[in-house]
Design a protein around this ligand. Sequence first.
Ligand SMILES: Cc1cc2nc3c(=O)[nH]c(=O)nc-3n(C[C@H](O)[C@H](O)[C@H](O)COP(=O)(O)O)c2cc1C
Length: 192
Amino acid sequence: MKHRFWNLFRSLLLFWVLFTALPVFAQSTGGVGAIINHHAARNFIAGSLSREDLDRILHAGIRAPSANNRQPWHFTVVQNQSLARRIIPNLTEGNVLIVISGEGDGVSNGRIILDCALAVESLYLAAQALGYGSRIYTGPIEALNRSLKGELGLPQGHSAVAIVRVGRLAPGTDGVSAASSRREAAGTVTWK
Ligand SMILES: Cc1cc2nc3c(=O)[nH]c(=O)nc-3n(C[C@H](O)[C@H](O)[C@H](O)COP(=O)(O)O)c2cc1C
């Protein structure tokens, strides 16, 4: 009798999950969950990324839109840990840095910055869609452009715009609970 009760309970629970909870969750993000449920990773753990996944992440950056399809960016993948630590000193073992550079001095051409920023966002989201942690950095950019351009081999005439750090994430971290809060739409959006 007890056994039959638990079987019935389990079937009802499964029914509820399949036909009520999952569709509600899917609707709540309207199919754009991967874009909304991201977070700037802080709890990286040691571990490497496969070359295949790195290629997928880079492909997402390469596919970003740009004004007149100029694609003014370049992606420098820093796997060398001692070089990477000269850019972000407290790096977790195995983290990879992708330095996004654009034509010019990196600060004065707004259009190029915007194009590069779209590629940055694509790299950042692609890494998380593949289950990695990622975080965007501009803090180290000034020092990088001052002293590491040559060592990194940035293309002639390029300056770094941002860095995307990618690495393995502590199990159980999710983009909804780990993210900081955002302002409400009411104070951020104007409708006319
Ligand atoms: C353009 C840009 C520059 C950023 N620069 C840094 C940085 O230099 N150092 C850092 O720790 N985080 C940096 N971040 C990460 C932000 O602090 C983070 O995305 C933001 O606080 C939202 O956090 P959340 O995703 O956890 O909600 C940067 C993010 C962006 C978009």
